[in-house]
Design a protein around this ligand. Structure first.
Ligand code: DAT
Ligand code: MG
Length: 141
């Protein structure tokens, strides 16, 4: 695989629970590097762009409200194959189904809410990575 960049977010649940360092530790332990890193409070506009593909779905509004509920840590992760590789580290979207050994499987659970609070986001393709890096780190686009 080519050297790639992926946009990773530690979501507000991960931030609140003090899991930012644990997520970054796993990324670095895997051998990927951090090309950019920032704690930030997202705007509604950033989230509308970031989650445009989900607009209109039943979980969209709760998802945006959840993402506005506190700071996130955004990172550009770099390395050969890191887009698929980080998705693999993150595990399945539903933390109840996510395999042990993954971030969501080890650290996440169902909280009985309208949206999955699953600790992390990772880009799912080179195209979405480029789009998302432009949203969160315009200076690195
Ligand atoms: P992923 O974050 O694994 O790429 P996604 O892009 O399909 O998953 O969805 C974005 C986020 O929306 C996901 O991390 C959690 C939430 N979500 C997705 N599907 C959901 C559902 N069926 N019910 C509740 N929340 C959901
Ligand atoms: Mg996604």
């Amino acid at each position: 695989p080519q050297t790639e960049r992926s946009l990773v977010l530690v979501k507000p649940d991960g931030y609140r629970r003090g899991l930012t360092g644990e997520v970054l530790r796993r990324i670095e332990a895997k051998g990927y590097s951090l090309a950019a890193l920032a704690v930030m409070t997202p705007t509604r506009e950033q989230l509308a762009q970031h989650y445009a593909e989900h607009e209109g779905k039943p979980f969209y509004e709760p998802l945006v409200e959840f993402m506005l509920s506190g700071p996130v840590t955004a990172a550009i992760v770099e390395g050969h194959g890191c887009i698929a590789g980080f998705r693999s580290l993150a595990g399945a979207t539903d933390p109840t189904a996510a395999a042990p050994g993954t971030i969501r499987g080890d650290l996440g659970r169902d909280w009985g809410l309208k949206v999955q609070q699953n600790i992390v986001h990772g880009s799912d393709s080179p195209e979405s990575a480029a789009h998302e890096i432009a949203i969160w780190f315009p200076e690195h686009a």
